[in-house]
Design a binder for this molecule. Sequence first.
Ligand SMILES: Cc1cc2nc3c(=O)[nH]c(=O)nc-3n(C[C@H](O)[C@H](O)[C@H](O)COP(=O)(O)O)c2cc1C
Length: 352
Amino acid sequence: MAFYETAVRPLLFRLDPERAHDLTVRASELSGRSALARRAARRALAVDDPRLRTTFAGLELANPLGLAAGFDKNGRAVGLLGALGFGHVEIGSVSAWPSGGNPRPRLFRIPQDGGIVVSYGVPNDGADAIRARLDAARPAVALGINLVKTNDPARPAVEPDVYEDYARSFAALQDRAQYVALNLSCPNSAADRDFFDDLPRIDALLTRLAGCDPRVPVILKLKPTLDAGVLREVVAIAGGHPFVAGFAINLPAGKPRELELSAPRATLDGMPGAVGGKPVETYVNAILGTLAGITGPESRYALMAAGGVTSAEDAYRKLRLGAGVVQLYTGLIYRGPELVGEAARMLSDRRA
Ligand SMILES: Cc1cc2nc3c(=O)[nH]c(=O)nc-3n(C[C@H](O)[C@H](O)[C@H](O)COP(=O)(O)O)c2cc1C
């Protein structure tokens, strides 16, 4: 069995989940400052194989595997994360203004389901601080920055303030990234998450961002839905904005019945938030398949997939469904960074 699962995970799982997360980010930040540590990580974990090279949204990536948003919210650890073998790393969500997020506890494990429940509510240092940090970082990997509206009761989700919030962080950060993802429905910002259910507002946001002279591809991270009519309408809206290069799918809010959960209801009731990891896999794969059917094989749109990837086979399934890249998060909590190399090796065999 892998080193992480035998030696590291048992220690981390003894800690409160948010504390374990903070410690992991801090350890990654510190070790990432050392060229020696970065080289050692790369040698131990990264798979460098030309067969894995991937074009996604016009970007040339070393492989189709990425780190999903939410692990490195503040761009602290991009030095080390860039050495773990990912083809891209997405930081954030970042908002225009700093936010403390939701009250604690706000992160819970459901080990029996290979899941995690999250209600962070997008805490982050805000666009200006993160821009300054990235100026000093120079990550050796394609960097995505995920943007979200500031979660702050003093900044309610009303027009046009929401558009101005995204425009501010977009203008501050687009030149620090290879792509920008717009988080259009953080499941844990209860006051904001339904704002873009009114789909013309997506058009209004994109019209506002067009005024920021977009110079990087933009991915829309959508609220999950199996409603093909809604997905079709979103794709049509994106059609009017040439800088939109693709779509991703967020976690659903709460514990909808589509999720595959065996944990007792009483346990889940004590865990406010959205579920990530294995329980969402079937659901998000169904949405991915629907979206791929709508955009079509020759589409200008790239699809970014995440949700329940804990093995190379899981990543391969998403690529077969039409994803251009596959992102990992909860799988890393259970399987560790070895998962990246394992998946990369298997994918390169499949491309042989
Ligand atoms: C702890 C945690 C925090 C997350 N934070 C964010 C976030 O800030 N912004 C965002 O767009 N997605 C966030 N996500 C969603 C992930 O980016 C990803 O889409 C989702 O977790 C599905 O992948 P997984 O099943 O491999 O975790 C978060 C997920 C988790 C588990």
